[in-house]
Design a protein around this ligand. Structure first.
Ligand code: NAP
Length: 248
């Protein structure tokens, strides 16, 4: 995989940032996708380059097919794609299902589900040996919410991650004979800004007592599992979903 390009959607902050830095340290040229926080994306590129790695930042909304096509076009100019990390994702404000608007649910699915599937489509077109590619890896970000359902918080988010689990299994089987491995990580409570974006900045730390390990996880602990899946050390792993959740 040395010198191959890895696209990390949502690579500017949180888990994606940690993945981008860890993937670059392992020799990937990293395409750091981000939605709007240019300063954060630039900081990730700077951090990678200061360690002699290679990275570019690409702005775009994974809820937009046109932006996804532009992201992959830029990545093509950067080098040969070897990995996609479908990391960009959102949560909503705490709400019961009987309070949710159609717009909220559609946005959740457009970004978390359709965006991930469209990015995977573009990655398969480039990496599958069926299309003349050299193979590669797709890692999807699910959540333990797919198992727990997130009642009274964000069931729509949990459902979007349930879709990611099914997608991971199905796509993995579909391309297993074409040199592409597909896997998902289900993080537990991780210390990132996603909780603040859902209006509850203290959520992870407040709920830490419910985790068997009695603590939140770090973005780096998730990134470690992801870069392992991206590596040849995981060469026989596909259609697999790995909980990285302190036992939750
Ligand atoms: P985060 O800290 O909120 O960072 C989100 C990243 O995604 C940012 O880089 C953001 O870009 C980007 N992004 C957001 N919406 C986007 C869009 N429409 N198009 C493109 N990029 C977009 O999130 P995180 O906690 O690291 O979560 C990363 C993934 O892990 C998500 O899929 C999340 O569901 C999953 N996860 C997280 C936890 C947790 O506890 N943190 C637990 C389970 C699963 P900007 O910087 O430009 O805004």
């Amino acid at each position: 995989m040395s010198d191959r390009v890895a696209i990390v959607t949502g690579g500017s902050r949180g888990i994606g940032r940690a993945v981008a830095i860890a993937a670059a340290a392992r020799g990937f040229k990293v395409c750091v996708g981000y939605a709007s926080n240019e300063a954060a994306a630039r900081e990730v590129v700077f951090t990678i380059e200061s360690k002699n790695g290679k990275a570019i930042a690409v702005k775009g909304d994974v809820g937009s097919e046109a932006d996804i096509l532009a992201l992959f076009k830029t990545a093509d100019e950067f080098g040969t794609l070897g990995a996609l990390v479908n990391n960009a994702g959102i949560v909503g404000m705490t709400q019961r299902v009987d309070e949710m608007s159609a717009e909220r649910i559609q946005r959740m699915m457009a970004i978390n589900v359709t965006g991930s599937i469209l990015c995977a489509r573009e990655a398969v077109k480039r990496m599958s040996t069926r299309h003349g590619g050299k193979g590669g890896v797709i890692v999807n970000l699910s959540s333990v919410a797919a198992r727990l359902g997130a009642p009274n918080t964000y069931v729509d988010y949990a459902a979007s991650k349930g879709a990611i689990d099914s997608f991971t299994v199905g796509l993995g089987y579909e391309v297993a004979g074409e040199g592409i491995r597909v896997a998902a990580i289900r993080p537990g409570l991780i210390d990132t800004e996603i909780h603040a974006s859902g209006g509850d900045p203290d959520r992870a730390h407040r709920l830490a007592h419910m985790v068997p390990m009695k603590r939140v996880g770090s973005a780096e602990e998730i990134a470690n599992a992801i870069v392992w899946l991206m590596s040849d050390d995981a060469s026989y792993v596909t259609s697999a979903i790995l909980d990285v959740s302190g036992g939750r």
